[in-house]
Design a protein around this ligand. Structure first.
Ligand code: WT7
Length: 643
C-alpha cells in the first residue's frame, strides 16, 4: 500500500466546506469525546424536529443503549413534513430514472402526497404501531414511499433486497412474523424483467402471519393475483385521502429491521430505532458528504442494503437533499450509463462501491471520457477496502484530480458511517478510511482487549455507544450480546481486522470471522454451507472466499457427495443454481470443488483457514498437526482452479 501518499482538499473545497480544515475536525472530535451528552444533545435539538423533547441524551446499560430518552419524534415527518414550510417545498426530493429511461422528479410536496396516501392505505388495512411490513420491491420511488409510509405510522419495515430468493424471503417474513408484504410485479435489469411477485407466491404458503400482499404494477407483465390476499397498490391508492398526520413515536421505537449474515446459518435481524439513527444519518450527510442545499447527490447502492436505507432514503431526505435513484444495471444499455446519468442530471456527489469502480476500470476509460463529469465535486466509496490502484483511477479518471474521495467504513449494525475522512478537513490516503467521525471511538486491540502498537494488526472495536448503533437482534437479545459484546467486554466487536498507522489513520483489512464480502455484499459461509447440504447429493460442504480482481472475493465451495454415481460436471452446474435459488441470484458460487473428505480438526471442526490457503495460493503452510486426514489436504491442493 502506498502509505506515503496523501491527498489534501483544494483551497476552494475547504472554503465552501461544512467542516473546514483539521482544526475544524479536531474541535468537533474533542467536544464529542469530552462531552458526548452535550454534543449529541445540541445536535438533536438543532437538526431534528421533536413532538416532545427528550429528557436525557443517552442511557448506557451495557450492552443496551437508549438515545434521547423520552423524546417523541417521527422519521417520516423529519424527512418530509418539516421541509414543506421552507424553500424546499418544491425542491426535487427523489430524482429517479428507470432502466428503460423513464424519469420521475418527485418534489418534497409530492413526496408528502404519495407517502400520506400510502400510509392511509396501510391504515385502512388495519396496520398499526409495532406491526411488521416486509418490502420486496425493485428500485422504484414506491420503495422509499412504502418505507416512509411505514415510518409515519410506527410500522416496522424490513426491506428484502430484490436479488434474494423466495427461500430467503420466506425466512425473513417468518422471523419477523410480518402482517403485510409490499411488492411489485417486477423491475428492469439489463433489459430483462426481474420478477418479484412469483417469489412472494412461493414464500407465502408457509407464512401464516401475512394477511395482505400489496402489489405495485411496474412492468405490467401478467401475473396471478390470489383472491382474498393480493391487492393492487393502484386500486387501494385511488381512494386514499391525501393527508395523513405523522404519529409521534418514542425515540427508541424500532424503525426497521434489516437482515444481515452472521457467523451461523441464520441471518440476524438488525434492529434500528428512531431518534438516534436519524440524527447520525443526518449528521454524516453533512459531515462526510459535505451536503449543501444546491447539491444533486447520488448513492448507487440498492435500497435493499443498509447503504440505501441510510444514504438514499433517510439521511438525504432528512437533510433536505435531492437524492438520485436509478433502477437498473450500470452497463445498460452500455457501460457508460453512470456517466450518462451524471452528465444528464449534473450530479455533484457520487457514492459507489470498489467493486463497481474496478469493473469500470476494466471496461476502459473511453466510457467516462465520453462524458462531461465536471459537475462532480465529491466522490465516495463503501462496502469493502478500496485498493489504492482503484482509488487512484477513481481520483484521476472520474474526479479529474479535483474531487476529494471519502472512503467510508461502517456496517449494517452501525447504521451510519463511522470512520471516514471529512472531505474539507482530513487529508486522504488511498486505501485508508482515515479517522473516526465525531463521537466514534475505535480502537485496534489484541485478543485480550489490549490496544496494539501502531502499525500492528488487531481487532477493530468501538469503545462507546453511538446514536445509530443497532439496539439488538430481532427477538434475540442473547445473540446480540454474545455476538458483539462478549469477546472484548465493554467493547463493540466489529468482526473486522485493522491497523492504525503512525498518523493515527485506520486501515481496515477485512473480516476476521466466517463472513465473506463479495461485491460489497455480506455472505455467511455457514449460511451457504447449510444451503448446500440441503441439496440431496451433498453430504458435507465448506465455503471459503478467494481473492477476486473485481468482486473483492469470490465464493469457492468444497463439497463431499453422498454415496452414488454423480455426473460431477452437471452437478457443479446444478449446485451453483441451487445456491442461487436458496439464497439469491447475487450469491452464485464461482467454483464447486468436489472432494472425498474435508480437512477437520480432531474435534470435527472444518478447517476453513486451510481451505482458504488452498484457494488463495494452492499450497498449504501453517499448522496442520491437528488434521484428521492430511491426504485430503494434499489431494485438494493438487486440484487446479479451472475445473
Ligand atoms: C462490512 C460491513 C456499510 C455498508 C455496506 C456493507 C466491510 C464496509 C468498508 C470500507 C473496508 C469496509 C467491512 C464491514 N466494509 N465498508 N470502507 N473499508 N471495509 O455493509 O454488509 O454490513 O458489511 O463491510 O468488512 O465489516 P455490511
Amino acid at each position: 500500500m502506498a502509505e506515503d501518499r496523501s491527498y489534501s482538499p483544494s483551497r476552494e473545497f475547504v472554503e465552501h466546506a461544512n467542516v473546514k480544515g483539521m482544526e475544524g475536525y479536531r474541535a468537533l472530535y474533542k467536544r464529542a469525546l469530552e462531552q458526548p451528552a452535550e454534543f449529541w444533545g445540541e445536535l438533536a435539538d438543532k437538526e431534528l424536529f421533536w413532538f416532545e423533547k427528550w429528557s436525557k441524551a443517552f442511557e448506557w446499560n451495557p450492552p443496551f443503549v437508549k438515545w434521547f430518552v423520552g423524546g417523541k419524534t417521527n422519521v417520516s415527518y423529519n424527512c418530509i413534513d418539516r421541509h414543506l414550510a421552507t424553500h424546499r417545498k418544491n425542491k426535487v426530493a427523489i430524482l429517479w430514472e428507470g432502466e428503460p429511461g423513464d424519469q420521475r422528479m418527485i418534489t418534497y410536496q409530492e413526496l408528502y402526497r404519495l407517502v400520506a396516501r400510502f400510509a392511509n392505505v396501510l391504515k385502512s388495512r388495519g396496520l398499526k404501531i409495532g406491526d411488521r411490513a416486509v418490502i420486496y420491491m425493485p428500485m422504484i420511488p414506491e420503495l422509499p414511499v412504502a418505507m416512509l409510509a411505514c415510518a409515519r405510522l410506527g410500522i416496522i419495515h424490513s426491506v428484502v433486497f430484490g436479488g434474494f430468493s423466495a427461500e430467503a424471503l420466506k425466512a425473513r417474513i417468518q422471523d419477523l412474523e410480518a402482517q403485510v408484504v409490499i411488492t411489485a410485479d417486477g423491475g428492469w435489469r439489463r433489459g430483462k424483467e426481474v420478477k418479484l411477485k412469483p417469489a412472494v407466491d412461493e414464500a407465502l404458503p408457509e407464512c401464516p402471519t401475512v394477511r395482505d400482499v400489496i402489489v405495485y404494477r411496474r412492468t405490467g407483465s401478467p401475473l396471478e393475483m390470489k383472491a382474498g390476499r393480493d391487492l393492487w397498490w393502484h386500486e387501494l391508492d385511488e381512494t386514499a385521502a391525501e393527508t395523513c398526520d405523522a404519529v409521534p413515536l418514542d425515540s427508541e421505537a424500532p424503525l426497521y429491521v434489516l437482515y444481515t449474515s452472521g457467523t451461523t446459518g441464520k441471518p440476524k435481524g438488525i434492529v434500528h430505532t428512531t431518534g438516534g439513527y436519524l440524527l447520525q444519518a443526518t449528521m454524516t450527510m453533512k459531515w462526510v458528504f459535505d451536503l449543501h442545499d444546491e447539491d444533486t447527490y447520488w448513492c448507487t447502492a440498492d435500497i435493499g442494503w443498509v447503504t440505501g436505507h441510510s444514504y438514499i432514503v433517510y439521511g438525504p431526505l432528512s437533510a433536505g437533499a435531492t437524492t438520485v435513484m436509478y433502477e437498473g444495471a450500470p452497463d445498460c444499455p452500455q457501460p457508460d450509463r453512470f456517466w450518462r446519468l451524471i452528465e444528464k442530471y449534473r450530479v455533484n456527489i457520487l457514492y459507489t462501491s470498489p467493486t463497481a469502480i474496478r469493473s469500470f476500470v476494466r471496461q476502459g476509460d473511453q466510457w467516462p471520457n465520453a462524458h462531461d463529469l465536471s459537475s462532480l465535486r465529491l466522490l465516495g466509496s463503501v462496502g469493502e477496502p478500496i485498493n489504492p490502484a482503484a482509488w487512484e483511477w477513481y481520483h484521476k479518471t472520474i474526479g479529474k484530480e479535483r474531487c476529494p474521495i471519502v472512503d467510508t467504513w461502517w456496517q449494517t449494525e452501525t447504521g451510519a458511517i463511522m470512520i471516514s475522512p471529512i472531505p474539507g478537513a482530513v487529508p486522504a490516503k488511498p486505501g485508508s478510511a482515515t479517522l473516526p467521525l465525531p463521537g466514534i471511538l475505535p480502537e485496534v486491540v489484541d485478543l485480550n482487549g489490549k490496544p496494539v502498537e501502531p502499525n500492528c494488526e488487531g481487532l477493530l472495536v468501538i469503545q462507546r455507544p453511538w446514536p445509530s448503533m443497532l439496539r439488538t437482534i430481532w427477538r434475540d437479545p442473547q445473540r446480540y450480546e454474545d455476538q458483539y459484546w462478549r469477546r472484548i467486554p465493554g467493547n463493540y466487536l466489529t468482526g473486522d481486522a485493522a491497523r492504525r498507522d503512525a498518523d493515527g489513520y485506520l486501515w481496515v483489512l477485512g473480516r476476521v470471522d466466517d463472513v465473506m464480502n463479495i461485491s460489497g455484499h455480506r455472505l455467511s459461509t455457514m449460511e451457504l454451507e447449510s444451503a448446500l447440504v440441503r441439496h440431496p447429493a451433498v453430504a458435507e460442504a465448506a465455503v471459503v472466499g478467494k481473492p477476486h480482481e473485481i468482486t473483492g472475493q469470490a465464493m469457492v465451495c468444497f463439497v463431499t457427495l453422498k454415496e452414488g454415481k454423480w455426473d460431477t460436471e452437471q452437478l457443479a452446474q446444478d449446485l451453483r443454481l441451487w445456491v442461487a435459488h436458496e439464497i439469491g441470484s447475487f450469491a452464485k458460487p464461482e467454483q464447486i470443488r468436489f472432494s472425498e473428505a474435508l480437512p477437520k480438526t480432531r474435534s470435527g471442526k472444518i478447517m476453513r483457514r486451510l481451505l482458504r490457503e488452498i484457494v488463495t495460493s494452492n499450497t498449504v503452510v501453517g499448522d496442520v498437526t491437528t488434521l484428521e486426514d492430511l491426504s485430503v489436504v494434499t489431494r485438494l491442493s493438487a486440484q487446479t482452479d479451472d475445473e
